[in-house]
Write a protein that binds this ligand. Structure first.
Ligand code: ATP
Length: 346
């Protein structure tokens, strides 16, 4: 029997509703499975926490996350940068991995797409190095380093190696960003030599944005820098259906944090209509990471059942309103647990 210590960050907007679903799922597995157990610590961060404690990332939250083996993070509102960027930086979560795929009966402009965006998570314009050179001019600095480029490229090629598509598309803007993106490409090319079985292609980010709409099936693993990856992965999520389906992993060498791609979605908060699939699939990504890190086949098997359960629900047209169904957040979560239960627990 293995007990995993998970910090569950309750954020803002639809965050509390989604984290309730996540807690329900983990508790259900804990109760049903003989081999997989969880110790869940609920922590607060974001706008609500800032109002309550005067700090978007209270020290108690930070300490609890540090004690856990992985963090499940629900979306936070305006203070996102004070939470997400700090956690990514502190734990050196350098790989942001965002899968997007088509599901049966989910309305979308594409078919048979199954791709993953691997985004460098620690550098680029996200360092926030901005200053006024005079009252009317702002200078923003962009950092790209060989080390960070190398480790994200290695991560992307390993992911591509585990997928059917066996292809990496490096997305950049080296015709304008001649030094920084040139370094990113050259380093990735060097890494690609160690993976001769993986097809490797380059694409400008503007062309990629267009191709994602015109011919999304051509992509398997997209490797890119921080800002381009942020934008491209939202586009990929929408191309395959809804942002309410898109999970993300922030992975470092010793710690990882899993979250929905979307934000706090204040327009639908408190209405019990948010799609919890993004969070369910974020839990699935966490199981993949824990399974690999701790060589735990039981949790890897559970991860496969998560994916199968979502596939089956959509095939049977069991859906929330955002993708053409009629179920509420909590109803969909319950249907998910029922179908997961049918598959049994080890
Ligand atoms: P951010 O700027 O942090 O990305 P945002 O609130 O501007 O946050 P998102 O929350 O990412 O934007 O989402 C945009 C819209 O997509 C929301 O306004 C909401 O209508 C819809 N949406 C987002 N997440 C979900 C979800 N889980 N289920 C249903 N609809 C969602």
């Amino acid at each position: 029997m293995t007990t995993y210590e998970i910090s569950l960050l309750v954020g803002d907007g639809i965050g509390p509703e989604l984290s309730l679903c996540a807690a329900e799922i983990l508790q259900y597995i804990h109760d049903k499975s003989a081999r997989i157990k969880f110790k869940i610590t609920r922590v607060e961060a974001g706008d609500n926490a800032k109002q309550k404690y005067g700090n978007a990332l209270p020290i108690d939250t930070f300490e609890e996350i540090k004690k856990s083996q992985a963090c499940l993070k629900s979306p936070v509102g305006e203070s996102a940068a004070d939470v997400v960027l700090v956690l990514r930086r502190y734990f050196d979560l350098y790989a942001n991995v965002r899968p997007s795929k088509n599901y049966a009966n989910v309305p979308s402009i594409s078919k048979n797409v199954d791709l993953v965006t691997v985004r460098e998570n620690t550098e680029d314009l996200y360092l926030g190095w901005e200053f006024l050179s005079d009252d009317d001019t702002v200078i923003s600095l962009r950092k790209i380093s060989r080390n960070a480029s190398k480790r994200i490229a290695e991560h992307a090629f390993k992911i591509a190696n585990s997928r059917k598509g066996k292809k990496v598309t490096i997305v950049h803007k080296s015709n304008v960003l001649r030094l920084s993106d040139r370094m990113f490409i050259d380093t990735s090319k060097e890494v690609s030599k160690r993976f001769p079985n993986i097809e490797f292609e380059e694409m400008y980010v503007d062309a990629c944005s267009m191709e994602l709409i015109r011919y999304p099936n051509r992509f398997d693993t997209i490797l890119t820098t921080n800002l381009f990856g942020d934008i491209i992965s939202d586009e990929a999520a929408q191309v395959t259906g809804s942002i309410g389906l898109a999970p993300a992993a922030n992975i470092g060498d010793n710690f990882a944090m899993f979250e929905p791609v979307h934000g706090a979605a204040f327009d639908i908060a408190g209405k019990n209509i948010a799609n919890p699939t993004s969070f369910i699939l974020a839990i699935k990504m966490m199981f993949d990471w824990l399974g690999e890190k701790y060589h735990d086949n039981d949790i890897l098997e559970l991860s496969i059942n998560f994916e199968k359960s979502i596939d089956e629900l959509f095939t049977k047209n069991v859906k929330t309103k955002d993708i053409g169904g009629s179920l509420s957040t909590l109803e969909f979560n319950q249907k998910f647990l029922n179908i997961l239960n049918d598959k049994g627990f080890s």
